[in-house]
Design a binder for this molecule. Structure first.
Ligand SMILES: *Cc1c(COP(=O)(O)O)cnc(C)c1O
Length: 461
């Protein structure tokens, strides 16, 4: 082992070799030096681990190629595009909603130029960033007022801090959810400075449970969308109308953490469990909070819509600035919201909604087309599959789909899936019964050639 370690050359010595000199002129000295350090460190690790590998010929073309690859790798962004072939449309690990071209253009414009972010163009005075989307949100939901913050978690925290600091928030035991990323509603309520009063049981809570718990310290009745699980069987939850009446009678605020929040009815596409924001407000909820990048199909943002007097209080909250939305997200949100209005059809324009509503026959046609393109790169077949909305929607909220199954001889499904993730443009599929499945509901036509490239690269590795 020691002899081998001693045989490892110094970086300085390697830099004099003609093949590496050529790399220095192609890239830069700094990049070649750090790639060489990386390669030598890797060799040292292999030797120390007792894997006496043959040392490479450092003067060879193949060693130079290896250094070249390391440099190309180091130049690549850590955060970069990939292909979501999981069949989960709103995948949190994969960045949730992809944006409509209109939203992307709006971000580019605002990124490249000064804007009227906080300037009122009518009177030349200071304006508010919140004004750019408020009227649109009100128009689309029927709310009196609205404000947007960084994300829905921030929307929930701000709503509670602004209305229930030091006072009681009554919530149902069946709705105190954890939505992932350690966002647990009961903890958020407490961390917002409110006192949580749980009522009812896991499977059953009645309006009378809320009523019995109301006392002079109570500020808020809270409802939340049990986004990511479902209790079935012997269950009940109070009607929104009953809680709204209760809140009104006792001069309390009734708020709902909706999570995925949709602006149009998606029941015709199988999403029967996603209440429309406008309908919830009509049922008498004072304040509703929802995400910008779930089923709404826009950028990361949290929207609070509802009663004007409460929203006015939130707008002057001292911590609002810590939660505020940035100009790029704001631009994308405004552009996305505009796609819900004439002359546009949101189901056509907004990628998330397009994927949710695409007829399964089209998904199947895409699967067959991909299978053709992949011909000869492995054992390829097309089969029905199940896609999901994701993003905290009810997991059973499944959508009919089609997937291309790929098997490469001599490779396990795990090894092949790993190799697909290492491709120049990574492809993320799912493994099912020893095969890698590429679900076509979350893939666009434009991405098909990239999948072919990735499968070709992965099969060679
Ligand atoms: C997703 C979700 C949130 C958090 O939304 P973010 O935009 O990710 O912060 C809050 N509440 C519910 C019910 C959710 O589903």
């Amino acid at each position: 082992m020691n002899t081998q370690l001693r045989q490892l050359p110094q970086v300085e010595a390697l830099l004099g070799l003609p093949a590496l000199q050529a790399l220095i002129s192609e890239f830069s000295r700094d990049e070649v030096v750090s790639a060489l350090r990386g390669a030598l460190a890797e060799l040292r690790r292999t030797i120390v681990a007792g894997d006496p590998a043959d040392l490479p010929d450092f003067a060879s073309h193949s060693f130079a190629t290896q250094i070249c690859d390391l440099i190309a790798n180091a130049r690549r962004s850590n955060l970069r595009p990939l292909i979501n072939a999981t069949g989960i449309i709103i995948h949190t690990n994969l960045g949730r909603a992809r944006l409509a071209p209109e939203a992307i253009r709006a971000m580019q414009e605002v990124a490249a130029h000064p804007t009227n972010l906080e300037l009122n163009l009518h009177n030349g005075k200071r304006g508010s960033r919140y004004d750019h989307v408020e009227a649109l949100i009100c128009d689309l939901t029927g709310a009196q007022a609205a404000i947007v913050v960084n994300n829905c978690a921030a929307a929930v925290a701000l709503s509670l801090m602004g209305t229930a600091m030091g006072r009681k928030v009554i919530a149902s035991r069946g709705e105190l959810v954890e939505i992932g990323g350690s966002f647990r509603l009961p903890d958020v309520i407490v961390q917002s400075g409110a006192i949580l009063k749980e009522v009812g049981a896991t499977n059953k809570t009645r309006a009378s449970d809320y009523a019995d718990a109301i006392d002079e310290d109570t500020a808020v009745l809270m409802k939340s969308h049990t986004s990511n699980f479902k209790i079935i069987g012997f269950t009940s939850a109070p009607e929104r109308r009953d809680l709204a009446k209760l809140a009104q009678d006792h001069d309390l605020i009734f708020m709902e953490d909706l999570g995925s929040g949709v602006l149009i009815n998606l029941a015709p596409y199988g999403l029967t469990d996603e209440p429309v924001v406008g309908d919830i407000l009509k049922e008498g909820v004072d304040l509703v909070m929802f995400s910008g990048d779930k089923l709404l199909g826009g950028p990361q943002a949290g929207i609070i819509a509802g009663r004007a007097d409460i929203i006015a209080g939130l707008k002057s909250h001292p911590l609002l600035r810590a939660l505020r939305i940035d100009k790029l997200s704001l631009a994308a949100l405004e552009a996305t919201l505009r796609l819900y209005r004439a002359p546009y059809d949101p189901l056509e324009r907004i990628p998330v909604l397009k994927m949710v509503s695409e007829p399964v026959a089209q998904v199947k046609a895409r699967a067959l087309a991909l299978a053709d393109l992949l011909e000869g790169l492995g054992a390829i077949s097309v089969a029905p599959s199940v896609a999901y909305v994701g993003g905290g929607s009810w997991p059973q909220q499944d959508l009919q789909s089609y997937a291309v199954a790929v098997e490469v001889s001599g490779m396990t499904a795990e090894a092949f899936a790993n190799a697909l993730r290492s491709a120049a443009v990574p492809v993320i599929g799912r493994i099912h019964q020893g095969q890698v499945l590429l679900d076509m509901r979350t893939v666009t036509d434009a991405e098909m050639p990239l999948i072919v490239d990735a499968v070709r690269q992965a099969g060679r590795s």
